[in-house]
Design a protein around this ligand. Structure first.
Ligand SMILES: [Fe+2]
Length: 192
């Protein structure tokens, strides 16, 4: 069962193509390491789903690898890397990858009862990886508060996003064979 619409002009790059794009866009080594760790967490989730057809594994893997594709240049330009990364993917004919990248910071239209979506897995996996280490949601949020919580408004936004992440976590756990315990143990399975 395919649960996500597939636009007419859409393609999912192979892991090899993703790695070439990462190279081409001069991503900093630490951002590459982060992206690979997010990919391993996301893939571990997909591999533990009760119904493996809930999401397309290659879509999740590629989007996870590419989710910070423009973050390195964003450090200079101060552009929104979620928006510019999405625009880049769209220019390469990768519509669904674009949508996932655009929503990896803030998820839109989250439906706790709806079908599990690839964008939810990538969003969640990103929230579990601090630098290249798999951590709990709480640890990750505290790190974000320290790094990006420059105003009370931004701190409030980061904490509100944590509530979304918890809801996404619950939705994903319900669809995994190993459930909440499996998500907690992701660090062990995703390392290496
Ligand atoms: Fe990002």
């Amino acid at each position: 069962m395919k649960t996500e619409r597939q636009p007419a002009s859409d393609r999912v790059p192979s892991e090899t193509e993703c790695r070439a794009l990462i190279e081409e866009h001069g991503m900093l080594p630490n951002i590459v390491a982060h992206s690979k760790a997010v990919m391993r967490v996301a893939a571990a989730i997909v591999d533990d789903l009760i119904d493996p057809d809930d999401v397309e594994r290659p879509l999740v893997v590629a989007a996870a690898l590419m989710h910070d594709i423009t973050k390195t240049r964003a450090l200079e330009t101060k552009e929104r890397h979620d928006e510019s990364g999405g625009a880049l993917a769209r220019s390469l004919g990768m519509e669904r990858i674009a949508e996932i990248i655009e929503q990896h910071v803030f998820l839109k239209d989250f439906d706790p009862e709806g079908p599990l979506l690839a964008k939810e897995i990538v969003y969640y996996a990103d929230k579990r990886v601090m630098h290249d280490t798999v951590v709990s949601l709480d640890e990750r949020v505290e790190d974000l508060v320290v790094r990006y919580g420059t105003t009370p408004e931004r701190v409030a936004l980061i904490r509100k996003n944590l509530e979304y992440a918890r809801a996404v976590e619950a939705k994903i756990a319900r669809r995994m064979r190993s459930g909440t315990g499996g998500l907690a143990a992701l660090s062990e399975r995703a390392d290496g």
